[in-house]
Ligand binder design. Structure first.
Ligand SMILES: NC(=O)c1ccc[n+]([C@@H]2O[C@H](COP(=O)([O-])OP(=O)(O)OC[C@H]3O[C@@H](n4cnc5c(N)ncnc54)[C@H](OP(=O)(O)O)[C@@H]3O)[C@@H](O)[C@H]2O)c1
Length: 300
């Protein structure tokens, strides 16, 4: 690990070994020309960040469940990105992790915290929404002088999970009642997070980062079917039938319930809104779905 930088204006990226964290680091350095020595990449396993350390990025250990890692990880940090974790094994555990982190940031006098939330988390039927809603509340209740909530819409990349089995059978089962979803490329969301981190934004703001358009699964299926030259029919089923189908395929029931709740959330029109917040923050248009598909169809 690198020695602690003497500057007091460091930028911290938590969860830096994950896919989002990696993309944020890339944008900070390559797109926004932030000097590597100003960036702290933190992970439960900093050994996974060796390639960033070689570029001059400061790498530190950070685990939201180990408060003893906080002081060394937060030293001299001015702006920090709190990437929501992937801990979904027990309801409430992820929220506790985020609450720990926010308390630690405030105690370390971090000036501005950026958080990766989800669209419309308040009272949503989405089973993971209470973690985001609770984290936003924790930010609001904290003594932090500034924070930016980025309500990230769903990644196009989530299609890498749902589409391969759908394309194999030719049937894409859903309980979304034909409603639309304004998804966006993960890399665009990482650019937005990096832009806020590297910038001067102060105060307390909430942005909703959607893609350029809201698409239904029928529209997505038509584009995908044409791109990969395979038939794909969208089949609407009740939420419980979707859960049963996943359980039958070997998905643990609590996980199936979470996945199905994404469709219930879409059916409740929670993710269809197209906003201009991505362009407002970055000065760029979000990547259109068809362009993303053309670049990624080989992986489907
Ligand atoms: N908008 C969407 O469509 C969408 C889709 C998937 C996920 N997400 C959310 O966005 C987050 C980032 O996405 P991703 O694609 O980068 O997922 P990912 O690659 O699975 O990353 C998960 C991240 O959680 C961090 N983490 C887990 N436990 C932690 C702990 N105890 N303390 C600190 N960090 C911990 C990991 O950090 P280290 O391993 O480096 O410690 C890792 O960076 C996910 O964790 C999830 O909350 C959003």
């Amino acid at each position: 690990m690198n020695p602690i930088n003497s500057n007091r204006n460091l930028i911290l990226v938590t969860g830096a070994s994950g896919k989002f964290g990696q993309a944020v680091l890339k944008h900070l350095i390559e797109t926004l020309s932030v000097p590597a020595s100003r960036i702290v990449a933190a992970s439960r396993n900093p050994a996974n960040l060796a390639t960033w350390a070689e570029k001059g990025v400061v790498t530190r250990e950070l685990d939201f469940e180990k408060p003893e890692t906080f002081n060394p990880a937060f030293a001299d940090v001015e702006r920090a990105l709190l990437i929501s974790t992937d801990t979904l094994d027990r309801p409430g555990r992820r929220l506790e992790q985020h609450q720990n982190a926010i308390k630690g940031f405030a105690e370390a006098n971090v000036k501005h915290v950026v958080y990766t939330s989800a669209p419309n988390p308040e009272g949503a039927p989405l089973l993971i929404a209470p973690d985001h809603e609770g984290t936003e509340r924790a930010l609001a209740a904290s003594s932090l002088s500034g924070w930016t909530v980025l309500r990230n819409h769903w990644y196009f990349e989530n299609l890498f999970m749902s589409l391969p089995p759908a394309l194999a059978s030719g049937k894409w089962y859903t309980a979304d009642e034909g409603k639309g979803s304004a998804d966006i490329a993960r890399d665009d969301l990482a650019l937005a997070a990096a832009t806020v981190l590297a910038g001067q934004e102060a105060g307390k703001n909430v942005y909703t980062l959607s893609g350029a358009e809201s698409l239904t699964k029928v529209e997505i299926a038509a584009a995908v079917s044409e791109a990969v030259n395979k038939p794909l029919d969208v089949v609407q089923v009740p939420v419980q039938a979707l859960v049963d189908g996943m359980v039958h395929a070997g998905v643990p029931e609590p996980v199936a319930q979470i996945f199905a709740s994404f469709d219930a959330n879409t059916a409740a029109d929670r993710v269809a809104e197209v906003t201009g917040d991505f362009e407002h923050l970055t000065g760029r248009k979000p990547q259109p779905f068809r362009d993303w598909l053309a670049a990624h169809k080989a992986a489907l």
